[in-house]
Design a binder for this molecule. Structure first.
Ligand code: BTN
Length: 285
């Protein structure tokens, strides 16, 4: 196979010379058979963060389902104030604007909805054992494959809009030293260059299906599937939140998506948010 290797800021990425794997509206739209997710697509060669761009559009009153796709992000954002790298032409980085008519306290469910949808699409497309680390890190072979950042804009009683941003490592051949042991990509795991377009279309379609269900049934129909993908349940975890660190066994995910951790003294604590590391053979991920 003829391929081209590119090096940037510690990442080595790979593209097939023959393929036309760009994520422009013209390339993506004909393959997409969703009703409204991707009804409008904005493609950018480069942007600071697709979530920022989507937020500005949503604040200006765009329609639900707008998808912002970038070939590269210069200041991609992760959860808990972290950075997210999107090297050129090798990853998928997109954000979707959602406007569910739900009470603000239900909006965090979107995190699990999108996690389930992305995991399902990646399992289907790769036939690999892709999993979810609570709440929605997508994991493959104990390394992070994909991150999801969901940001909610709500008033006291109404959700104005939700931006959910998804970053998938697709054709990254080598990660910088600090990420090598904790991050992976589809091409590294599959051993071949992967079509970003194909993955993106499948992920958007699963997001729409799962979100449609959520709007009618809440998390009722999603939780069993979500739990079946969980790499957190049944394992020892370390939860780092603003105020404290706790360690224990992740014994349950509640119907509203909270993680229940059983501490050494037998006490059970519900985790609403925070950074969860899962202890396993190769340490924590
Ligand atoms: C995480 O795991 O910490 C979440 C990473 C989310 C990254 C995606 S890439 C597209 C969108 N734009 C951003 O700036 N972040 C999200």
């Amino acid at each position: 196979m003829l391929s081209i290797l590119m090096r940037s800021r510690g990442f080595i990425t790979e593209q097939k010379l023959s393929s036309h794997d760009v994520l422009t509206k013209e390339e993506v739209l004909p393959l997409l058979n969703t009703k409204y997710i991707g009804g409008e697509i904005i493609y950018l060669d480069s942007v600071d963060s697709t979530n920022n761009y989507a937020r500005d559009r949503a604040a200006g009153g765009c329609s639900e389902g707008l998808v912002i796709i970038a070939d590269m992000q210069t200041a991609g954002r992760g959860r808990l104030g972290r950075n997210w790298a999107t090297p050129k032409a090798s990853s998928i980085a997109f954000s979707v604007v959602l406007k569910p008519e739900i009470k603000p306290f239900k909006a965090s469910g979107i995190t699990l909805v999108v996690g389930t949808a992305v995991c399902r699409a990646l399992r289907y497309k790769t036939s690999m054992d892709v999993g979810i680390k609570w709440p929605n890190d997508i994991i493959l072979n104990r390394k992070k494959l994909c991150g999801i950042l969901t940001e909610i804009n709500a008033g006291m009683d109404v959700v104005n809009y939700i931006i959910t941003g998804v970053g998938i490592n697709v054709n990254i051949k080598e990660f910088p030293e600090d990420l090598k042991d904790i991050a992976t990509s589809l091409s590294l795991e599959l051993g071949n260059v992967v079509s970003r377009k194909d993955i993106l279309v499948s992920v958007l379609s699963e997001i729409e299906k799962t979100y449609e269900d959520f709007k009618v049934n809440g998390l009722n129909n999603i939780m069993d599937e979500y739990k079946s993908y969980s790499v957190t349940l049944g394992n020892f975890v370390k939860v780092t939140s603003i105020n404290d660190i706790m360690e224990g066994e992740a014994i349950e995910i509640t119907d509203d998506g909270l993680l229940v951790v059983k501490l050494k003294d037998g006490m059970k604590k519900k985790v609403i948010s925070g950074d969860v590391s899962v202890r396993g053979i190769n340490g924590y991920i």
